[in-house]
Design a protein around this ligand. Structure first.
Ligand code: GDP
Length: 197
């Protein structure tokens, strides 16, 4: 499925420009700099699918990619810029809430959390939105190559304890490093099940 035919479909800046419903969709969300682009590129076996989004001023848009005409991958705009102006944050929240609530083809969300930081308040806000919209989500820790084993165990326990209280979260955690290729096959296998129901 991956690394075969991934094409950019469109970027949506508002609810009016979302593509029509079609294939099952899988969305990727997380704080800016969490490693979302790196993970999407690692999953797809390419370095050019998702652009890194390190610029705070960058347009907040949902990017839709067709994966081999089997699945739509949705790259959600990163959140959590300390310096983001209020109107930008409000626009982001409107777009994300509207998307999550009005998208019957959205099968799952992959919520990325930086293993060095663990779950932060803006991740909790994202989880609140997903819980309310009843969108099932899989929490994935990123950049575990930056931690030692004791630190990995500590963040794993903390994160599991928190997601076990959530309505729509999978009670299962995937630990990844895009840099070292850790957890990528596991995540890919999970995603494949969505494309082969
Ligand atoms: P995005 O803003 O969420 O799309 O994050 P990026 O994929 O652009 O990554 C943000 C920064 O984290 C970049 O400097 C990446 O090189 C770095 N990064 C991403 N994934 C990993 C990883 O698995 N391990 C390490 N050590 N660094 C990573």
């Amino acid at each position: 499925l991956f690394a075969r035919d991934i094409t950019f479909m469109r970027g949506a800046v508002d609810l009016e420009t979302l593509p029509p419903f079609g294939l099952p969709e899988l969305a990727f969300a997380g704080r800016s700099n969490v490693g979302k682009s790196s993970l999407i590129n690692a999953l797809c076996g390419r370095s050019t699918v998702a652009r890194t989004s390190n610029t705070p001023g960058r347009t907040q848009e949902l990017n839709f990619f067709d994966v081999n005409s089997r699945l739509i991958l949705v790259d959600m705009p990163g959140y959590g810029f300390a310096s983001a102006p209020k109107d930008k944050v409000d626009a982001w929240t409107r777009l994300i809430k509207g998307f999550l609530r009005g998208r019957p083809t959205l099968r799952r969300c992959i919520l990325l959390v930086d293993s060095r930081h663990g779950i932060k308040d803006n991740d909790r806000e994202m989880m609140d939105m997903l819980d309310k919209a009843a969108v099932v989500y899989q929490v994935v820790l990123t950049k575990i190559d930056k931690l030692n084993l004791a630190e990995i165990e500590a963040v794993r326990e903390r994160t599991l304890a928190e997601i076990s209280k959530r309505v729509a979260a999978y009670p299962h955690l995937i630990l990844t490093s895009s840099e070292k290729g850790v957890g990528i096959p596991e995540l890919r296998a999970e995603i494949l099940q969505l494309a082969n129901p």
